[in-house]
Write a protein that binds this ligand. Sequence first.
Ligand code: AMP
Ligand code: MG
Length: 409
Amino acid sequence: MKTGLSLEEAQSLLLSQAAAVPTEQLALTQACGRVTGKDIASAENVPPFDRSPLDGYAMQAADMQGAGAECPIQLSVIEEIRAGFTAQKKVTPGTAIKVMTGAPIPEGADVVIRYEDVKREKDSLFIFHELNKGNNIVPAGEDVSKDEVIVRQGERLTAPRIGLLAAIGKAAIPAFNKVKVALISTGDELVDPSEQLQVGKIHNSNVHSLGARCQQLGAEPLYFGIVPDEKDVTAERMRQALKKADLVITTGGVSVGDFDVVPATLKQIGADVLFWKVKMKPGSPVIAAQKDGKLLIGLSGNPAAALITFDLLVVPVIKKMMGLCQQLPMKITAVLANDFAKESPQRRFLRGKLEISYPTNRIRLTGNQQNGVLKSMIDCDVLIDVPAGSGPLMAGQKVTAVMMENVLV
Ligand code: AMP
Ligand code: MG
């Protein structure tokens, strides 16, 4: 078992042990937020034919030569077509066909003039200016060309991708299954939010913040409730969770206190411990183990520490399991908007809010940075990465931060 890893070592060790879940065929209506299981190429052009982008008249550009405000050119209208239908006749010199938005360009025509720019009298049409060949014609394949790959394996199925899949005639696509994440809360002091608090007890918030994060990611949280700080009960709950879930997350009980039973329980169920303790604050006493090819990760119980270590260590693992090709968060540099008075003997992540501004982006601290303060996670979209050995931070100082807001990317 390794101990005292850097965050990056812990992330890559976990990622090396995680594998994508199987794929299933999914209807587009069910696909939002899921991840594509295979590259998808278009079998056809979108649009499939040259079409008119406006209501107007299709004709030959050569016929418009010499047209002017004082010397209109007269053509005869031989047919009218609307979207969804094709012309029966061909456009020949001296003729025009009225077309509605979305209608296919009739054979023989090479330009469309706007309805508003012509004068119509019975079957006669008067043109007052010239246009060039190809004007106001949307070519076949403008959006997608035949054989073009429009969605790649490992990409999130977002609104535009789902729309494009529909446009190329795919009603269902292979997508990775939802990753099932079991959540177990350990702690004698915990009670469900629906229950009245007795003296010394607190409401279990971790299961809900982490469960909600799973849902934001597109994973499925499985709620395995609260266990007391007892090895046997915790072991039994871990075994049940391993049967049902792809990944098991516990909170609480990972430190070195008398009742921190998670490390010993992992050994009791025969899990292989990969590492314990990561060099970072908050949440350093995180433990990771493996059993039956599945990962179990024990996070600190402090509500902010639990969510931050979930975001930094567990989210990349879930992303890999759900098939996403992009797993680690992006980093940015920005300037600190306020002071942080404490020294940081250990590497520390501070909760901040990115403010897009000129000439440099700024990060405002979101409030009290204590491990147990969840409120300062509310506006947090970046975690400022403060290197070990840093002194107090000053407003105006350049910092590096990890972007948290792109959970759905
Ligand atoms: P632990 O990691 O078990 O040492 O817990 C650290 C702190 O987090 C203690 O104050 C716990 O009461 C608190 N805590 C642990 N689990 C939870 C939870 N599920 N929800 C809210 N607070 C918790
Ligand atoms: Mg505890």
